[in-house]
Design a protein around this ligand. Structure first.
Ligand SMILES: Nc1ncnc2c1ncn2[C@@H]1O[C@H](COP(=O)(O)OP(=O)(O)OP(=O)(O)O)[C@@H](O)[C@H]1O
Ligand SMILES: [Mg+2]
Length: 279
């Protein structure tokens, strides 16, 4: 290839990168009145590029701003400083391309499991038997068959979380934003859901931003992991997970998996210790 052709290729690649994925550029976010000195700076100059189709995990101490960053990408909070640009342009509001599983489930309490799942589908214009069938498939996927007509208050925390996951997956968004989605699940269900999510991601090539406190979960699921500092949150480390694409039960015994988990655990611990010292 000639030098000119290579330069043109590099330009195209750069343009493609700019058009796809999620680009977080110098994002700072405060709650409350910062000028009065009583405000809380939650995020401090966050810069991060997430590629199209990447599974990206966010780890960091409690209160470091993980949920805040996810809400900003989702367009659920106004961007105060910096910019977030996705394939569809700068983020200014929520959009059907970005769906979120909230940390506290956020199901409609007055709707049944099925009605919760149907809500997003109907908003997308899917109707009748098509919508019903899609809802059934996703309720099945999260092992809630038989509970279609139950209200959230009649379900355990783990079941509510699975219903929220079904509702989000059913609308098939390009980008999935997940805030500790498996936090309330028992260890076995959690493992099953992790494998399901990884398989869904493998089939659909969605972009996933996944917040968790669980280092092993992050290593099992993600292509790359960002470790955030204590508040005000910054990105301290970005780590590539060099494990095979196909991951399952065996992955947990893989030497690379164990080594990486230990290495990341040490980095997360450093940030957690710094947080308790209130630096
Ligand atoms: N609505 C709000 N008003 C004021 N402060 C807030 C608000 N939401 C979050 N904060 C503060 O901003 C900081 C970041 O909060 P955020 O919920 O993003 O952290 P997190 O990393 O998701 O924490 P956790 O791991 O406990 O879920 C915290 O110190 C929190 O107290
Ligand atoms: Mg949070």
């Amino acid at each position: 290839m000639t030098t000119v052709a290579m330069a043109a290729d590099a330009r195209h690649e750069a343009a493609d990168r700019a058009r796809t994925g999620i680009h977080i550029d110098n994002v700072t976010h405060s709650y409350g009145a910062r000028a009065s000195g009583r405000g809380v700076v939650a995020l401090n100059r966050i810069c991060l590029d997430i590629a199209d189709g990447e599974f990206h995990a966010l780890l960091g101490p409690s209160g470091c701003g993980k949920s805040t960053l996810l809400y900003l990408i989702g367009g659920f909070l106004p961007i105060q400083e910096g910019a977030i640009v996705t394939t569809n342009g700068p983020v200014t509001q929520p959009g059907p391309d970005r769906a979120i599983v909230f940390q506290n489930f956020a199901l409609f309490p007055w709707k049944t499991v099925k009605q919760n799942v149907l809500y997003g589908l109907r908003k997308q214009g899917l109707k009748g038997e098509d919508a019903e069938e899609r809802a059934r498939d996703y309720i099945n996927l999260v092992h809630l068959s038989g509970f279609e007509d139950a209200y959230p208050s009649q379900l355990s925390g783990g079941m509510q979380q699975r219903a929220a996951i079904a509702r989000t997956l059913a609308v098939d968004p390009k980008t999935l934003l997940m805030d500790e989605p498996f936090g309330a699940l028992d260890a076995q269900t959690r493992r099953v859901m992790q494998e399901e999510l990884r398989a869904i991601w493998g089939r659909s090539r969605k972009t996933v931003v996944f917040v968790t406190h669980d280092v092993q979960e992050a290593v099992f699921l993600a292509d790359r992991i960002s470790i955030m500092s204590s508040r005000p949150g910054r990105i301290e480390h970005v780590i590539d997970v060099s494990l095979p694409r196909d991951r399952g039960e065996d992955t947990l015994e893989d030497r690379e998996f164990i080594h990486l988990s230990e290495q990341i655990w040490r980095l997360v611990r450093e940030q957690a210790v710094a947080a308790t010292r209130g630096r």
